[in-house]
Design a protein around this ligand. Structure first.
Ligand code: ACK
Length: 314
């Protein structure tokens, strides 16, 4: 069954002009491992039409991957193929899907994950970076990791909401929205990535999880925790938790609590507290995201909300 699926994927990719010749791809160093695969820095000859070698990121399976993990990567590629380009979603450039190992070729996003960036922006982190190394490196460390202003954080939040509204308009739910799955470009554009858990819910509006595997408990909505039910509104819940991560510069949600305790709290209607220094309006938005499913705003509402607040600032 999985062979048929792979062949179908290959045919579809070829038809869409996304199949890329493996010899024109040179793999470099590992960028890191996610829960479902690993990401490698690479260069691809002329993949976007520049006529040159271009820096890309390649997502593939770990050497130890099981057949079901390999099938999950094909599923991830199938989802990405359905998403038209958007500046707040990492772009799919192509793939090598004819033979194993499957390579998903993605836009290379310079600054890595938002979570890592936020943590580097913490005052203690800035201190330790600028106190080591030469004068040069301390200057560059302090200048590139200046503490972001509240407004910068709101711009991150707005961009992520725009990316999520785009996914929603394509009938895709992400199911793993968290700051570790947002990448930051050189110009600080946020790009949503990692579609390992994403599903197409076009026409059904809800996905019921039946398979096993690790889950991002701390970002999950109560209906996902209790009934395995996922909708666009469960992504909105996760977005609320992501706002909390942004405001706390990358703290782990529900600090000091075990996953079991978090589940109990969320199911009892006990959610994250307002972080120190968090603006009233930002916490109000988080609370809206953590309401009952039907009362949560849509991502389009959230985009409007941020845009209105930013207009007020001028
Ligand atoms: O924080 P990071 O450097 O950013 O570590 C993780 C690691 O790979 C595992 O996911 C990085 N990563 C993922 N996708 C990309 C990409 N398209 N461009 C650059 N880095 C990426 C991520």
């Amino acid at each position: 069954k999985s062979t048929v699926r792979k062949e179908n994927t290959y045919v579809a990719m070829k038809e869409n002009g996304l199949e890329f010749p493996r010899p024109q791809l040179q793999l470099g160093v590992d960028l890191g491992e996610g829960r479902f695969g690993k990401v490698i820095m690479a260069r691809a000859m002329n993949i976007t039409g520049s006529g040159n070698w271009e820096k890309v990121a390649v997502k593939t399976c770990r050497g130890t991957a099981t057949d079901s993990e390999k099938a999950d990567l094909y599923q991830e590629l199938e989802i990405m193929r359905k998403i038209p380009r958007h500046q707040n979603v990492v772009a799919l450039y192509g793939c090598c899907s004819k033979t194993d190992p499957l390579y998903i070729i993605l836009e290379y996003v310079q600054r890595g994950s938002l979570l890592n960036y936020l943590r580097k922006c913490r005052p203690s982190s800035i201190m330790s970076q600028s106190s080591v190394g030469s004068t040069m490196s301390s200057i560059s460390a302090t200048s590139s990791f200046m503490q972001p202003r509240a407004k910068d954080l709101t711009i991150f939040a707005l961009q992520i909401a725009r990316g999520m509204a785009h996914l929603g308009s394509c009938g895709i739910i992400h199911r793993d929205l968290a700051s570790r799955n947002v990448l930051l470009a050189t110009d600080f554009t946020c790009k949503i990535c990692d579609f390992g858990l994403a599903r197409d819910i076009e026409g059904v509006d809800v996905y019921e999880r039946t398979s096993k595997g690790p889950l991002p408990i701390r970002w999950m909505a109560p209906e996902a925790l209790s009934d395995n039910m996922y909708t666009k509104k469960s992504d909105v819940w996760s977005y609320g938790v992501l706002l909390w991560e942004i405001v706390t510069l990358g703290a782990t949600p529900y600090p000091g609590k075990s996953a079991m305790e978090v589940m109990r709290m969320v199911l009892q209607g006990d959610y994250l507290q307002r972080p120190l220094h968090c603006k009233e309006e930002m916490y109000e938005l988080m609370e809206l995201c953590w309401q009952k499913e039907t009362q949560r705003p849509t991502f389009a509402d959230i985009v409007q909300h941020h845009e209105a607040l930013m207009d007020d600032d001028y």
